[in-house]
Design a protein around this ligand. Structure first.
Ligand SMILES: Cc1cc2nc3c(=O)[nH]c(=O)nc-3n(C[C@H](O)[C@H](O)[C@H](O)COP(=O)(O)OP(=O)(O)OC[C@H]3O[C@@H](n4cnc5c(N)ncnc54)[C@H](O)[C@@H]3O)c2cc1C
Length: 469
């Protein structure tokens, strides 16, 4: 795959996730020579899909993202990509506290909170305004739990409505800084939840075409083994035993993997390494992928996205437990892939890496089978004849995510929030070294990854322009 690669580039991007691809595209469009190296045989990173016998195509992380994706795709990719971003209108909650359907935007949530949860309209308005005003430079001491306590004291049901989807989306907890919650929640509330019509394979295919048109050299199955630094500056990388020079490197790989495995801690100051060590990895996930026989339909009343739980109250640790009580179902109807006559369902849970990775092989396989069977039991509440309609089923665990993306501990969203400061501090340690990959709550998810790719590309562009002078 590397045979056509040159010996030297302005920038090498390590990793073809949404952040890496967006950074590469933007830098090439600015006139820099760019090489994108991806260890897997296809681009996309966690924004991925896979095919299975019978013609089934499963999306792994296409469950929903905020409306901002339209603008970001139009500006930094193409109108064609942006035009395929469409709204999911039926978001459902079903738990022992409440069952409801919503469009998951400010207007509908206000109505629900006032009419159904009987919160005064003025309190709801103040809460939305407070969440929307938060930005990265705000007070980082207040936690999400404290924010809820201020506006909705003692209302576990309200907290569940407001928090459960965000915890599913990015693993954030009531103990995390409130601004992480506020920014992501407000992004969704501005206009609801969106998806990509045609599936992840179509999106990544269109992005690959754009990368080519922008002049990015793309190599897949290209595992970067080392980032070289000399005299405090980037020299290049070693990939598949070959050294390729560069003035700048953007790593889209896991932040901690970049620092400790690809660069090596001796290239950083002791303080920086201490801060990097303290960064916590995000949790991982499990998924069960279910395909119905061609032509078998699911009743659209199931909704597009369903947050279901049998737990009496909302607790973050319950969402991570192997004893699953909460699942998010994504229902994919034929409209997702125009022209198809198929329905698929993906059931996701948050998960702890070590609950799976530490199991002996036999127990691990049994755990996967149990995950499939309990999910098939649970989904009969919504699709009663699921087992009869089922054509194919398969499960993924934290080990699966680790294997395909090389994310340490199979982390779904890279690191926790504190990773952002370390990611942003890299270039102060090594001239020309940047990171554009998931770091916690804001800079992760499809929209966060794309936007972070743009922010970092702008930094790299400024660095390169300065070094030309
Ligand atoms: C189960 C699940 C469901 C999700 N659902 C949603 C959702 O509904 N909505 C949403 O917005 N987000 C969702 N996410 C999160 C979202 O998919 C990610 O945050 C986002 O795609 C991450 O993009 P990224 O740019 O950080 O890179 P990643 O996708 O993490 O990609 C990093 C890339 O780097 C490559 N790489 C790593 N090391 C090397 C190396 N040494 N050499 C070469 N290449 C390397 C990897 O192979 C990978 O392709 C979900 C995640 C998971 C796991």
């Amino acid at each position: 795959m590397l045979k056509d690669a040159r010996d030297r580039y302005d920038v090498i991007v390590i990793g073809g996730g949404l952040g890496g691809m967006t950074a590469a595209n933007r830098l090439a469009r600015s006139g820099h020579s760019v090489l994108l190296l991806e260890q897997h045989h296809k681009l996309g990173g966690l924004a991925t899909w896979f095919r299975r016998p019978g013609g089934h195509v499963f999306d792994v992380s296409l469950h929903g993202f905020p409306v901002g994706m339209i603008k970001s795709c139009r500006r930094y990719w193409s109108r064609r990509i942006a035009d395929s971003v469409v709204q999911l209108k039926n978001i459902r909650f079903d738990n022992p506290m409440f069952s409801l359907t919503t469009t998951f935007d400010r207007e509908d949530f206000t109505k629900l909170l006032v009419e159904r949860f009987e919160i005064p309209a003025e309190t709801v308005k103040k809460f939305f305004d407070a969440a929307r005003k938060m930005n990265f430079y705000d007070d980082q001491e207040t936690t999400t739990g404290e924010l809820f306590e201020r506006f909705f004291p003692g209302r576990e049901d309200v907290i569940r409505l407001l928090m459960e989807p965000i915890t599913y989306a990015n693993g954030s907890t009531l103990e995390d800084p409130a601004l992480c919650y506020g920014i992501v929640f407000s992004n969704f509330m501005s206009k609801g939840v969106y998806t990509f019509k045609g599936g992840t394979d179509r999106l990544i295919g269109l992005m690959a075409e754009e990368l080519k048109a922008s002049g990015v050299d793309v190599c897949t199955q290209a595992n970067v083994e080392k980032i070289h630094v000399a005299g405090g500056r980037i020299e290049g990388v070693t990939v598949a035993g070959r050294k390729i020079g560069a003035r700048a490197v953007v790593s889209n790989a896991n932040l901690k993997g970049t620092i400790f495995n690809l660069v090596g801690e001796d290239r950083f100051s002791a303080d920086f390494i201490e801060a990097a060590r303290a960064v916590r990895l995000n949790n991982s996930s499990t998924q069960v992928y279910m395909a119905l026989r061609p032509g078998e339909m699911i009743d659209p009343s199931c909704g597009d996205l369903l947050f279901s739980s049998t737990a009496k109250t909302f607790r973050t640790e319950l969402l991570l437990s192997r004893d699953v009580t909460s699942r998010t179902y994504s229902f994919y109807y034929p409209k997702t892939r125009p022209g198809s006559n198929r329905c698929l369902v993906v059931a996701s849970t948050n998960a702890n890496y070590h609950d799976w990775a530490d199991l002996p092989d036999e127990e691990y396989q049994a755990g996967k089978r149990d995950l499939i069977e309990t999910t098939l039991d649970a989904i009969t509440k919504y699709v009663p004849d699921m087992r009869e309609k089922l054509d194919y089923v398969e499960a993924a665990t934290p080990k699966t995510f680790e294997r395909y993306t090389m994310h340490l501990d199979g982390a779904s969203c890279g690191t926790k929030f504190e990773g952002l400061a370390v990611s942003r501090g890299l270039y102060e340690q090594v001239a020309g070294l940047y990171h554009a990959g998931s770091v916690g709550i804001i800079m992760s998810g499809w929209l966060g990854a794309v936007n972070y790719g743009v922010i970092v590309a702008n930094d790299v562009d400024a660095f390169l322009m300065e070094s030309y002078q």
